[in-house]
Design a protein around this ligand. Structure first.
Ligand code: COA
Length: 90
């Protein structure tokens, strides 16, 4: 539905995207910043861009699957754990 790419001197160093629909749910996937460019605010800026887009498009909720080590990163950006909702089929 929407994606962002962060570039440094023309080279892609970060990306994040949203899949889903504009009716019920959106899922943020493929959030990554090149190790040489982490810790400089790029991740926050990319997620801010995605959430600005979701707000503008009126979707009910935006979800993502966070590894335990990045939960604090997403909590600082307004996301909250919702363990009751995720189901997985290996
Ligand atoms: C997670 C990731 C996207 C963060 O991107 P980043 O550009 O390094 O993050 P930022 O510099 O924008 O950090 C924003 C804030 O989150 C904090 N933060 C970043 N990564 C964190 C982590 N792993 N754990 C806790 N806090 C973290 C930063 O300290 C910063 O806090 P501050 O505003 O108080 O200074 C990046 O580290 C990454 O690509 N990691 C590997 C891939 C990955 O785990 N992706 C997530 C898949 S769900």
């Amino acid at each position: 539905m929407f994606s962002v790419v962060a570039r440094h001197r023309g080279e892609a160093v970060g990306m994040a995207r949203i899949v889903g629909d504009k009716v019920l749910y959106l899922l943020i996937v493929d959030v990554a910043v090149h190790p040489d460019h982490q810790g400089r605010g790029l991740g926050r800026r990319m997620i801010d861009e995605l959430t600005r887009w979701t707000s503008a498009n009126g979707t009910r909720s935006t979800m993502l699957v966070a590894g335990p080590d990045v939960v604090p990163f997403y909590e600082a950006l307004g996301f909250r754990p919702d363990p009751g909702r995720l189901m997985k089929r290996p």
